[in-house]
Design a protein around this ligand. Structure first.
Ligand code: FPP
Length: 253
């Protein structure tokens, strides 16, 4: 389905990277008197809508926070249901990914994901590897503090082995040790469900990201909601620590 509500969008100012904290599945289900897992099932439609809309608009990277390190502490029934849903969705949506020229990749600790999930992820990553449109990044078993601690550990190891000069460590080099090393920082971070938190997501990468919050619960999110968020983003002035006059002169970041 093509986008209809995007007349107000400035096609020259599409964010390169959109990151999303998909929140509110459990509350959506509870409000309807259903099990939490029903909220996750309906969340898949919102994943498809937002992914398709982002690809149609020309977004280059879309990162979805699908499962956090902390989510492992949820009741095992819910964790298992989420893992199965992931496998089912990967298999069902591979054609959507191919039709929309989308490449799949992941960030997070895949080593602790169930073997079946890993296998299906690898299969989908392989099948979509040559797609040149948008990159869809699923954050799975991900937390920013885990990522940063891992980077520090790997840097320390490289330094001990003489592969890294400690004095050469700066922001750029640190970024090279993060999971997102070849991905530009998000331009906009969207969180649904009316919570105003970052919840351990991309802490390093969002230093200058525009934050957008909506009260809508994730399963209710549709293409037009992404369009709305992007229009809001396009009205903002991004100064990256400079003053307004400098940004208007188009000074490089
Ligand atoms: C947050 O809602 C959502 C999640 C922890 C999981 C997100 C998963 C999906 C949208 C479905 C599958 C995803 C993919 C990529 C196929 P919550 O459970 O924390 O909601 P609550 O705050 O209302 O309890």
């Amino acid at each position: 389905m093509a986008l209809k509500d995007n007349t107000e969008i400035d096609k020259d100012k599409i964010p390169v990277h959109v990151a999303v904290i998909m929140d509110g599945n459990g509350r959506w289900a509870k409000r309807k008197g259903k099990e939490r897992v029903v909220g996750h099932q309906h969340g898949v439609k919102a994943v498809r809508e937002v992914t398709e809309a982002a690809a149609e608009l020309g977004v280059k990277y879309l990162t979805l926070f699908a499962f956090s390190t902390e989510n492992w502490q949820r009741p095992s029934d819910e964790v298992n249901a989420l893992m199965s849903l992931l496998v089912t969705t990967l298999n069902a949506e591979i054609s959507t990914l191919m039709e929309n020229n989308i490449k799949l990749r992941t960030i997070g600790n895949l080593d602790i994901m169930p073997a079946q999930v890993r296998k299906n992820l690898m299969k989908t990553i392989d099948r979509t590897a040559e797609n040149k449109g948008m990159t869809l990044i699923l954050a799975l078993s991900y937390s920013a503090r885990w990522e940063i601690a891992k980077a520090a550990r790997e840097m320390a190891r490289d330094a001990t082995e003489g592969k890294l000069n400690v004095d050469s460590i700066d922001e750029l080099l640190f970024s090279e040790y993060l999971q997102t090393k070849d991905i530009p920082d998000p331009d906009i971070l969207i969180r649904t469900s009316g919570e105003y938190r970052i919840s351990n997501f991309l802490l390093w990468q969002i230093a200058y990201t525009e934050l957008y919050f909506t009260k809508k619960l994730w399963p209710d999110i549709r293409k037009k909601d992404l369009v709305k968020a992007i229009i809001d983003y396009q009205r903002r002035e991004r100064r990256f620590g400079r003053i307004s006059e400098q940004t208007k002169m188009n000074v490089d970041r």
